[in-house]
Structure formats: C-alpha cells, structure tokens
Design a protein around this ligand. Structure first.
Ligand code: F6R
Length: 366
C-alpha cells in the first residue's frame, strides 16, 4: 500500500500533484472562469456581509491558516486573525458581529479545534471548516465545509493535507473575492490558470529534487538550526521548521527574517545551518541583507529561490530553485523541497519517519 515508496510520508509527498488536482476538481468552472464551491451554503450576499475572519487550528493546519490569512486579506481586504485553537478557546475571544470563523483540521477530530469552534459559535460567529475527513466531528460542527479531498494521510507528519489546505484557501479566497467584487476578471482568470498549472509544476519539481538527499548530509549532524523568511515565506518557514523538528528531532526555529537581529542572531555561530526562504521578489533585497548578516557570523545558508533568480546564489552556500507562479501561490511549491529536506534528514538519522516518537496522528484529547 506504500505504492513502491519506502514510507508513507515519501508516498504522500509524491501524491501532492494528485491531491492538488483532487482539491480543485469540480470547483473551477472553466466555461465561466469562476470558482464554485458546491458544499458551501454561504451565499454571495453572505460573503459580502463578512467583516471579520478568525481562523483556528493546531500545528500544521495552523500554518496553513497563516498562509490563508495573507491570501484572503490580499484578495478580499477582509481583516483576518489566526489563533491556535488551544489559545482561542480560553482567551475569551472578541467576536464582533459579521465574523466568519474558519476551523482548519486534517483529521477533523482535534479536540482543541472542536472546542474553539464551539466557543466561536457560542459567541455568535458563523463557523466554516476546511477538513480532509468527510463525516468528521469538525465537518459536522460547521455550517459550511470545504473538503480538501487529499485522500487518507497515514504518516504522522502532514504533507499533502497541508498543501491541499492551501489549495482550499486559494479557492475560498477567490470565491469570496468574486462575490465581493474585489478581484477583476483579468486577475481571476490569470490566477485560475496558475492554480491549475501547480500540479504539473510540482510533478516536474519532484523529479529534479533528488539532490536534496545530498543536502540533508549538511544538516543531519547539527543540533539546531534556523529557518528565516518574510511574508508568506515566513509562514512556510514555520511549517518547514515543524516538519524538520517532528521527524528529525533536530531543534529548529522559524524566524521572521527582520526579527533575527532582535535576539536570535546571538545564536548563529560558525556552521549553524540557516535555511532562508526568499521567493517573495518584493522583499528579496531585505531578505538578502538578512542572509548577509547570518553569513557574516559563519552560518551555512541554504536558500530557497524562484527559478531564474541570480541574486541568492551570490550569498547563499546552496540554492534550491522552485518554479514561478503567482506570489500568493508560491507556498504551494516552496514547501515541497523542505518537506523532502526534513524527510531525508530524518532518514539519515535512522528515525522512524512515519511514526515519530511521542506524537499521534490525531490529537483527540487536550
Ligand atoms: C504536523 C501535524 C500536526 C497536526 C495537528 C493538527 O505534521 O500533523 O501538527 O497538523 O495535530 O491536526 P489536524 O489537522 O488533524 O487538526
């Protein structure tokens, strides 16, 4: 059932192009160049009525929500807050009128996420869910459900569930932007085309990422490292860092690149690996100056850049290139080499990648 792969995790990483297609299937109306979300009851009028969005989730799903925040804010201009479900449920959240709460959960059974949804409902919010499991508790608790349809995820470390949550957010953001008139047709058509190109781009990238196994040798003997990035690159850095931690047991931290010099820079010494995500061209110069700061302290820098970028190779020790797409869609390609880097690092350390110590696939108790 591992389909020729050594582990479920590797199989699920390679299933991502298919998962992207499955998440999009039937949801893009080609004739009208428009997004249709049949499972959702939220009407266009109700979508126009939303004034605040709050998202609740745990772990990897929380990291997907952070990407969702940027995408929804950029396309709809609705302000979005993202909370860890375990915090939201106890922090007496302020839920103004016209708030839509979006819970994100692969399993649909996470105790804190469910409790946060109930808290939001009690405070009068409309609650929507993005989940992978039809009939799950989270799906039943929500008024609207957007299923990710990524197929069963067996490995404890989430890969295809995360990326299909990103696809779900792109679809939702575009649908809401259409309903609210905050996206023009030209941009919508362009984004839909780029969205539909992602599966092929990821397939091509997966075929040429074999050298990452070699790169993993560079970090496997270290006990701590950093991921840095700005904007969406920072959100992806958080997910990449969690992935590495949970399966390789190497301590890592994701830092907003601009925040490094406010403390953590003190931890950089000769040879400390720093994985620098620099796919956002708008912020490239800023991130490059942060890379220079860590290089000057002896860091070993692995950069993540868009294909064709010449700048990063001048400062980083090694650069992994990811394909060009719309800036908002880049997380769906940029995370893939980092999933593989975590995977190979853990494998080199001899860990049980599919079943990391101390962790459970579904956290149904607090
Ligand atoms: C990390 C991971 C966990 C889950 C978290 C939430 O790879 O899998 O961090 O993302 O436990 O689980 P769900 O999405 O099922 O609510």
């Amino acid at each position: 059932e591992k389909n020729g792969f050594d582990t479920f995790m590797l199989k699920e990483i390679h299933e991502q192009p298919r998962a992207y297609r499955d998440t999009m299937r039937g949801r893009i109306d080609e004739a009208n160049q428009s997004v249709v979300l049949p499972g959702m009851h939220l009407t266009d009028e109700q979508a126009r009525d939303v004034r605040h969005i709050q998202m609740v989730a745990c772990g990897t799903a929380y990291h997907a929500a952070l990407v969702g925040k940027t995408v929804i804010e950029r396309l709809t201009r609705i302000p979005v807050e993202v909370d860890l479900a375990s915090e939201y449920r106890y922090r007496m959240p302020v839920v103004p009128d016209h708030t839509l709460v979006i819970a994100v959960s692969q399993s649909g059974e996470t105790a804190d996420t469910l409790a946060a949804m109930k808290e939001a409902k009690e405070r009068g919010a409309r609650v929507m869910a993005i989940t992978n499991v039809v009939g799950s508790s989270v799906a039943r608790e929500a008024e609207d459900v957007l299923f990710t349809l990524a197929g069963p995820e067996i490995a404890v470390a989430s890969t295809k569930a995360y990326t299909s949550q990103l696809i779900a957010f792109y679809l939702l953001a575009l649908r809401m932007a259409e309903a609210r008139g905050t996206i023009d047709k030209v941009m919508l058509v362009e984004m839909l085309a780029l969205l539909e190109r992602l599966p092929v781009q990821v397939e091509e990238m997966l075929q040429r990422l074999q050298p990452i196994e070699q790169l993993a040798h560079q970090i496997t003997r270290h006990e701590h490292l950093f991921f840095i990035g700005r904007g969406l690159d920072y959100s992806v850095a958080m997910e990449a860092s969690l992935k590495l931690k949970e399966i390789s047991y190497i301590h890592s931290e994701a830092y907003a690149a601009g925040e490094l010099k406010h403390g953590s820079l003190a931890l950089i010494e000769e040879g400390t690996p720093v994985i620098a995500l620099a796919t956002d061209e708008r912020l490239l110069e800023k991130t490059i100056s942060n890379i220079k700061e860590v290089k000057a302290r002896g860091a070993y820098v692995i950069g993540i850049a868009l294909e064709g970028n010449m700048e990063l190779a001048k400062t980083a020790d090694h650069v992994i290139y990811v394909p060009h797409t719309h800036a908002l869609l880049t997380p769906a390609v940029a995370v893939i080499p980092l999933q593989l880097l975590a995977y190979y690092t853990a494998t080199l350390r001899g860990n049980d990648v599919d079943k990391p110590r101390n962790l459970a696939k579904s956290v149904t108790v607090e």
